[in-house]
Design a protein around this ligand. Structure first.
Ligand code: NAD
Length: 500
């Protein structure tokens, strides 16, 4: 939201953790100002929500085209306030485009009314329709500051909702782009609005006249939001933290598995919900895996220059969390194989790609989300022990199984206590819009993506229509009573007695 400069307005000026330079300035929407924004969104919903998907499609296509043509501009904004590698920033935008392309092409089909079976009420037709739920409030974190707000936004917009987005106060400029690009692409006024501020502004969005809240962020805040929304039974979609396990079996391509451990452990400086946070390698594969992993870790640079693989922590205090978990693990007997040091500069904090062994489940490093480039590895006897340990977590977001046998991979994947699993890859599920993504346990509720993701932003309205006279009358159920228990028993036998 652009606001006039006056003495009352408060501003957020994020600075680059790379250079210390300001990345821009946005006006804070104070909690008491949120209701008016939501009201404008409701006004816009009258038209946007009434359109068919075919009528909305040209707007969505124009939006996608504009995002595609603005990749360098978007990446520059992301890098300016996160300091992440410019390649990681571009990867975020590709994620956005993938979802935008999928839902723009398929929303009409995914939201087509679904006919129900009319048995045993043969004289009544029944079906479910999926009209948009209304105004969606979207609250997002700082680690993927463009992909995450756009991901929920795309599903809501394609379902026919209007949206009010509250990006993280740490990365507001990337979030602001959602509104700027939508307006520039010609979306109608107030269909996409962005508000800025901290937890109090987000909380006001939950309390305001929004019809659904899609939240991505920490479990702690997710639970507060779920409790708040429960007062009016407002639906919430929660995408929370994870502690993804990688299971590596002796028949896997160990070089791929080891490089994946490092890649998905350190990608985005480890600040990702679907990163590899713990690794279980069966004994027969352990030495070779560790050799490959140490080699791969040694070739990754965490530095300030343009050629760095990983940048600083987007939020500097995260460095302390990571350092503390590592220190405690080492004090309890873990051994650092590669990396292990925090690097601080004038403006930000970095952490070396760090490979650790000799860990166990008494350590915080194996229990709590680390959100930094640290990869703890445990040697296990066999796949059963790997599964037991992988499932020993309150989180259930994502995990991966690495094996040369597709059947074995599927068998193990089906026993993992997570909402999503990848066989011989990692993270890809989060970029795969045609199937559902979402955590179980402490990792979330309801999830997103796939048919379920877009339908979450709709009312599931079921309609029946009598073909002739009312079926309930024809079946003899009306008052005054003309039939008794003998009739109902006989009817039940006729209808169901022949089923085996
Ligand atoms: P956070 O929970 O601190 O903040 C997320 C958002 O919520 C921010 O916009 C913040 O301003 C807002 N907020 C804070 N308090 C609020 C309140 N009381 N009411 C409403 N809004 C409030 O999370 P973070 O530190 O920004 O992000 C890191 C977390 O996000 C990690 O735990 C990570 O695993 C998780 N995450 C999950 C996914 C996923 O898809 N499962 C994806 C990315 C990040």
């Amino acid at each position: 939201m652009t606001q006039p400069r006056d003495n009352e307005t408060r501003w957020i000026t994020p600075t680059s953790p790379l250079t210390g330079k300001p990345a821009g300035t946005v006006a804070i929407t104070e909690p008491e100002g949120v209701a008016a924004v939501v009201e404008r969104s409701r006004g816009a919903f009258d038209d946007w929500g009434a359109m068919t998907h075919d009528e909305r499609k040209p707007y969505l296509r124009a939006f996608a085209k504009h995002v595609l043509g603005s990749m360098d501009r978007i990446a520059a904004v992301i890098v300016s306030e996160t300091g992440k590698n410019v390649g990681d920033a571009h990867a975020e935008i590709v994620g956005t485009l993938t979802a935008l392309d999928f839902y723009t092409r398929n929303a009409g089909k995914l939201l087509r009314p679904k006919k129900g079976s009319s048995w045993p009420f043969l004289t009544t037709r029944g079906w479910t329709e999926y009209p948009p739920i209304g105004v969606a409030g979207i609250i997002s974190p700082w680690n993927y500051p463009f992909y995450l707000p756009t991901l929920s936004s795309i599903q809501a917009l394609c379902a026919g909702c209007t949206i009010v987005v509250k990006p993280s106060e740490i990365t507001p400029m990337s979030g602001q782009l959602v509104e700027d690009l939508a307006i520039e692409a010609g979306l109608p006024d107030d269909v996409v609005q962005v508000i800025h501020g901290g937890g109090d502004t987000g909380s006001a969005l939950v309390d305001a006249d929004t019809d659904i809240i899609a939240f991505t962020g920490s479990g702690e805040v997710g639970k507060v939001i779920a409790g708040q929304a429960a007062k009016t039974l407002k639906p919430v979609l929660l995408e929370l933290g994870g502690k993804d396990a990688q299971i590596v079996l002796e028949d896997a391509n160990l070089r791929d598995a080891a490089r994946a451990a490092i890649t998905f452990g350190v990608f985005n400086a480890g600040q990702q919900c679907v990163g590899i946070e713990r690794v279980y390698v069966v004994a027969d594969a352990y030495d070779e895996f560790m050799e490959e992993a140490a080699d791969a870790a040694g070739r990754i640079t965490a530095a300030t220059g343009d050629h760095r693989d990983i940048g600083p922590f987007i939020s500097a205090p995260q460095a302390e969390v990571v350092e503390n978990q590592l220190d405690l693990a080492v004090a309890a007997g873990a051994r650092v194989v590669a990396g292990g040091s925090k690097l601080t500069t004038e403006h930000g904090a970095y952490f070396e790609p760090t490979l650790v062994e000799g860990v166990d489940h008494s350590m915080l490093l194996m229990q709590e989300e680390t959100f930094g480039p640290v990869i703890p590895v445990m040697k296990v006897a066999d796949e059963e022990e790997a599964l037991l340990l992988a499932n020993d977590s309150p989180y259930g977001l994502h995990g991966s199984v690495w094996t040369g046998s597709k059947q074995r991979g599927r068998r193990i994947a089906r026993r993992m206590k997570t909402g999503t699993v990848a066989i011989n890859d990692h993270l890809i599920n989060f970029l795969y819009p045609s199937i559902k993504f979402g955590g179980i346990g402490e990792s979330g509720l309801n999830g997103q993506l796939g048919e379920e993701g877009i339908k979450a932003f709709t009312i599931h309205r079921s309609i029946t229509s009598a073909r002739f006279r009312p079926t309930t009358r024809l079946m003899g159920g009306w008052m005054p009573r003309r039939v008794g228990p003998r009739y109902w028993k006989a009817l039940a036998k006729v209808l169901f007695g022949w089923r085996r």
